[in-house]
Design a protein around this ligand. Structure first.
Ligand code: GAL
Length: 803
């Protein structure tokens, strides 16, 4: 019986594969069964090389995150303090007979960095920039039997980056099979030259490559489907005379009564392009489409689909905390979900092209995107950075970013660079013009900016080029006010703001004195504290930046500020300013590296959303008699009343521009209770209780059921509680995890910026009461049981379903 069922299953799989392979175009993940070796190995490019002893793994993979923190690692603490170096990846594969008749391409979404790729000993090419996606044609080198791909990755020349880059094939790899007549790589460009409520004109540019020597004719059909899968528009052009290399076919059609894409309703259409040679379908290609229009106005800011709105953005680096830079869709989605919950509606991909999946998520979830190309041009920021590749590669890298990304409705801005040094000298003029032209030749539907810091227009050569569509200013929030006076008629966006420094759960008093760490460009940090922490009262910032409130108050005030991108949504690895080693990750995030919100998260939530917010802090465990500042962020209410052990400490209401209220309280243990009221009616009540000794471990999970796909994740939060169930705010118990069943522990963290514990481990100390385990599904269904124990405490556990 069992045997028969297995046979039937096998047959079904075989039939399924044959049908898939008989499609004109097949694109599949090429992530499995790679071999990995950390080190250089001269012979590894040869097909006959014996990699039997190498480690087997599934991509995406980042070898740096598996390493040990060490101050002496060449990437330096700025680069995350983890090892870099040289490594090899190899994969052997045999193509099915059906695929052997096709053209075969391998596509790398990103390899950090200096990749060189060989197929069966033949060098296909190299790619220095670790954030570019690229594609090689394997067809003419393939054997009917076994084939070997070898990839050498060289991230050894350091220091190379101002933040953690990760090392390896850290994004997806794809294998694509096409017919001889096929749409070229990134060969469609779909845009909407005119949109209104009643109709949208959709234009299609399709690039077709002809590798056959056929001279005949083809028919090209472009169809638009709505989110429900209904065909809503179609255009077919017949008898197009084939050229023998690359040709472009232009078409357009109209979608009536379009459902517009917006941040609140990210409705997506899909374009299906079909190529026919006679009756035969030779290609079938999908492109996402969001129908929307937008405009930036110098006086009134940003307008989406005819309505003014502010771009409420955050900057994000690409690492995913404990997972390093190895991309994982669920981990990115979780970050975006938290940003959405906070009220953010925009992402800046600082300072490089992101994984394509991030843009897919932004399309689907309704984020506006500023897609950024570079952190430097020909002039370096670090000795071994991309400036070394600038001359040879910048044209290709910039063009590839635009070609790859220009179909994403989420993207509204291209940034040609962040804080580029050429803004300070006359070489900036020519390069800016060159880059802007490169982008405009490929896409004129977005605005082009650059994130500038030289605030004197006469001395800013990127600005002086006159080529930017919109002025992008980093920091300098005090200049927002007079911008229209100083730059009449110029559109404006705050491309980077704030750089507040915060450590979750840590508070320095008094809360109303603001620390600038470091205080200027000359002095090294002389303050700081022994805990390597920064106060979460939003009262610490870098001198070039501001607290969260300082900038937001200004950005909020002026309509001409079309939007802002706060530095940063999440903490990221590297750039541990202001602290020296052992600090190794940034303090700038609104959310910490483990994904636990800091207090400022709720300031934004109270301002950027309309859902009721009342957030009271700090914790309530202090020395008796100490003066403690109690803050509340709130909205949808007129006032907040605070009680300590039942006694009112008074009612406070935000006045003028204020974004929070504060009480100065003489500490006594007990219960702190805040009540927000509107028209005398209670809106929300929040209580914080003095916690006793650690007594138990509580586990909770973001999703209790995950997919059995070998990728999906469950984020397990561990809270150290006292007997009554209160979070113990200074608990640092060492938590030991044990996992049984259909999963693995992909990483652990606690969000502390100066912890040197490894991320790939089955233990983690709690930091200020919390730590995290990231559980990853295997490729089989079943259950996962995760147990957490700590010396002297009863253990906690939970189960996760894998389906
Ligand atoms: C900016 C820079 C960012 C980051 C930040 C830290 O000047 O663009 O990459 O370094 O400072 O405050």
């Amino acid at each position: 019986m069992m045997l028969r069922r297995n046979l039937v299953l096998l047959l079904l799989m075989w039939v399924g594969m044959q049908t898939a392979y008989s499609q004109p175009r097949v694109r599949q993940e090429f992530n499995q069964d790679w071999k990995f070796y950390l080190g250089d190995e001269a012979g590894a490019k040869s097909p006959g090389f014996n990699d039997g002893k190498w480690r087997g793994l599934t991509l995406p993979h980042d070898w740096s995150i598996e390493g040990k923190f060490d101050e002496k690692n060449p990437a330096k603490p700025e680069g995350g303090g983890l090892p870099t170096g040289i490594a090899w990846y190899r994969k052997s594969f045999t193509l099915s007979t059906l695929l052997q008749k096709k053209n075969i391409f391998i596509e790398f979404d990103g390899v950090y960095k200096n990749s060189e790729v060989w197929i069966n000993g033949q060098l296909l090419g190299k790619r220095p920039y670790g954030y570019s996606s690229f594609n090689y044609d394997l067809t003419k080198y393939l054997n009917p039997g076994k084939n070997v791909i070898a990839v050498r990755v060289d991230n050894s020349a350091q220091p190379d980056s101002r933040w953690y880059s990760g090392s390896g094939i850290y994004r997806n790899v794809w294998l694509t099979a096409t017919e001889n007549i096929a749409i070229d790589h990134w060969g469609t460009f779909v845009s909407t030259p005119s949109v209104n409520k009643t109709a949208a004109k959709v234009s299609f540019k399709t690039q077709i490559r002809n590798k056959s020597r056929l001279k005949g004719q083809i028919d090209v059909q472009s169809q638009v489907y709505n989110a429900k899968g209904k065909l809503v528009a179609s255009i077919r052009t017949d008898h197009i005379v084939l050229k023998d290399t690359l040709m472009e076919v232009t078409q357009s059609t109209t979608v009536n009564q379009p459902e517009l894409w917006s941040v609140n309703n990210p409705h997506l259409y899909k374009v299906v392009t079909k190529i026919f040679s006679g009756k035969r379908l030779v290609d079938n290609y999908e492109t996402p489409l969001g129908i929307r229009y937008f405009n930036f106005d110098a006086a009134k800011g940003f307008m989406l689909n005819g309505e003014y709105m502010k771009i409420l953005g955050v900057c994000m680096h690409h690492d995913l905390g404990a997972l390093g830079s190895a991309i994982n869709v669920r981990a990115m989605q979780r970050q975006l979900e938290m940003m959405k919950e906070m009220g953010a509606n925009a992402i800046r991909t600082a300072h490089n092209p992101p994984a394509p999946e991030l843009l897919d998520l932004c399309d689907k979830m309704g984020f506006l995107v500023m897609d950024e190309a570079f952190d430097m041009w020909a002039k370096k920021k670090n000795k071994q950075d991309y400036h070394l590749n600038w001359n040879e590669w910048h044209v290709r890298d910039l063009q590839d970013m635009v070609k790859r990304d220009r179909n994403h409705p989420s993207i509204i801005l291209w940034s040609i660079g962040n804080e580029i040094r050429e803004q300070f000298d006359s070489t900036g003029v020519a390069i800016t013009k060159e880059l802007v032209k490169l982008v405009k030749d490929l896409d004129t539907t977005r605005l082009i900016t650059s994130a500038l810091t030289e605030t004197d227009a006469k001395k800013n050569f990127i600005y002086q080029s006159g080529a930017l569509d919109i002025y992008g200013l980093n920091y300098n929030h005090k200049l927002y006010k007079d911008f229209p006076k100083n730059y009449p008629g110029q559109k404006f966006i705050a491309t980077e703001t704030t750089s507040s420094l915060d450590t979750r759960g840590f508070y320095d008093m008094p809360s109303d004195s603001i620390r600038r760490w470091p205080k200027d460009g000359k002095t090294k940090l002389t303050e700081g504290n022994a805990e390597f922490a920064a106060s979460s009262y939003d009262n610490v910032s870098a001198y070039w930046g501001s607290t969260h409130e300082e900038t937001w108050k200004e950005a909020k005030k002026y309509e001409h500020v079309s939007g802002l991108f706060v530095w940063t949504g999440f903490d990221y690895l590297g750039e541990p300013l202001p602290y020296p080693w052992p600090a190794r990750s940034s303090y700038f995030g609104i959310v910490d590296l483990a994904g636990f919100p800091k207090d400022a998260y709720y300031m934004y939530q109270s301002e950027w959303t309309s859902k009721p917010v009342l957030h009271v802090f700090p914790h309530w465990n202090w020395a008796v008699g100490k003066t403690v500042d109690v803050w509340a962020y709130y909205n949808n209410a007129d006032e907040v009343e605070l009680f300590l052990n039942g006694k009112s400490l008074g009612t406070r209401a935000k006045k003028g521009e204020e974004l929070h209220v504060v009480w100065r309280v003489k500490y006594e243990p007990g219960i702190l209770k805040a009540v927000s009221k509107k028209n005398g009616k209670v809106v929300l009540v929040k209580e914080i209780k003095t916690a006793g000794e650690p007594a138990k471990i509580e586990l909770s999970v973001d999703r209790a059921s995950i997919a059995a796909d070998g990728k999906d994740l469950s984020f397990v939060t561990v809270r150290i509680l006292d007997e009554q169930g209160n979070l113990v705010p200074d608990a640092d118990n060492l938590v030991q995890f044990k996992l049984e069943g259909a999963g693995t522990i992909a990483g652990v963290d606690n969000g502390f910026q100066a912890s040197l514990e490894p991320f790939k481990a089955d233990y983690r100390k709690a930091y200020r009461g919390l730590c995290l385990a990231i559980v990853q599904a295997k490729e089989r269904s079943g259950g996962i049981k995760l147990t957490a124990t700590a010396v002297g405490l009863p253990g906690g556990d939970l189960t996760i379903k894998v389906k």
